[in-house]
Design a protein around this ligand. Structure first.
Ligand code: ZN
Length: 344
């Protein structure tokens, strides 16, 4: 019996006992599951060493360091060295240059003292590389889902992809339309005409699980795989707090009113530049009214059903998102701790 199944059985026994709810609340402080698999893109070991970004001479020295490594990205795909079954995302600066001229290069920071850079190639320039037997080109979502590279490389790849995507979309000044130039080791674009300074953007997205007692609401986007259900999510709007965005998005997407909200954790999501802000929210109404322009379906699930979905044992084969995604961990936290997830 694995841990989650054991949890379901254990809970069934508890809930049949008098006063079980209070026992469960007491017990639920202790985790019932083994450590969850890591979500992707966060947990970077890179020291960003931002102090060097304005030091051109230092950046040149770092680029010439024998330990320097470059992540090479073209649009959505990452270029990887294929050495037998091993896929290595790090190229020496000379190897990276040989793959093609980078439109932009970003100093990502230091990995145990070794300089790390991200090089952005035009998507058209990486197309011919697909034919080479010594290379593999894989998009960053697939890399994370398949565990195609060792986990230490995934956060710096996310860092590189997010900044390089921003460069690709911001080569002209939004203020005066002049061509801008890269400065600060790739962390700023300056306009020579109006002198505006432009910084990489991060777009906050709230991703939340409305809960009421032992139940919560999941939804389905039309773009999801047929059997997958997940948390609700939406962009924070200007002038809005995280809590306000959570309540507004839940109200808009499924018509529920939420009271308390509780921050869970966050995850960089470089598609292209989001920061997922995970929350639980206390639903104080029950009737779901779906906004069909946003989601396809939404309904209440209890914790036992969620356990079966997390372990891929649901009789209708319904699933939650994979563990690379923060949604998996938000749902899992509710399965483990119930309404305690809302306790400050
Ligand atoms: Zn300008």
């Amino acid at each position: 019996m694995d841990a989650l199944t054991s949890l379901v059985v254990h809970r069934t026994r508890l809930t049949s006992m008098s006063g079980a709810a209070s026992i469960w609340r007491k017990m639920s402080k202790e985790p019932d599951l083994p450590s969850p698999p890591r979500q992707a893109y966060s947990g970077s070991l890179i020291e960003r060493a931002a102090i060097y970004r304005s030091d051109e001479a230092k950046l040149t020295t770092l680029a010439q360091d024998v330990r320097a490594g470059v992540y090479v990205i073209g649009g959505d795909v990452v270029v990887l060295k294929a050495q037998g079954a091993e896929l290595d995302p790090l190229f020496s600066p000379a190897e990276a240059h040989a793959l093609g001229a980078a439109r932009e290069t970003v100093f990502l920071g230091l990995s145990d003292g070794a300089p790390r850079f991200g090089a952005g190639l035009d998507p058209a320039a990486v197309e011919p590389l697909k034919a080479r037997g010594d290379l593999k080109l894989i998009d960053l979502r697939t890399i994370a889902v398949q565990g195609a590279v060792t986990t230490e490389h995934v956060p710096p790849l996310a860092e590189a992809k997010a900044v390089l995507d921003w460069h690709a979309r911001h080569r002209f000044c939004p203020n005066c339309a002049a061509a801008t130039r890269v400065t600060q080791g790739g962390w700023r674009r300056d306009c020579p005409n109006c002198k505006a300074e432009h910084f990489p953007r991060t777009d906050p997205v709230v991703i939340m699980l409305p809960i009421a007692g032992e139940r919560c609401v999941l939804g389905r986007s039309p773009r999801f795989p047929q059997t997958m259900w997940s948390c609700l999510a939406g962009f924070c709007e200007p002038g809005e707090s995280i809590e306000e965005a959570v309540r507004r998005e839940v109200a808009e997407e499924v018509g529920l009113t939420c009271a308390r909200t509780k921050y869970f954790s966050s995850q960089p999501w470089p598609f292209p530049s989001s920061l997922m802000i995970g929350c639980h929210a206390e639903a104080v109404t029950e009737n779901i009214v779906i906004d069909r322009s946003e989601i396809e379906e939404a309904r209440w699930f209890d914790r036992d059903e969620l356990s079966l979905m997390l372990t891929r044992k649901h009789p209708e084969r319904l699933t939650t998102p994979p563990s690379i995604a923060i949604a998996h961990h938000i749902i899992r936290d509710f399965v483990e701790h119930g309404a305690d997830v809302l306790v400050p």
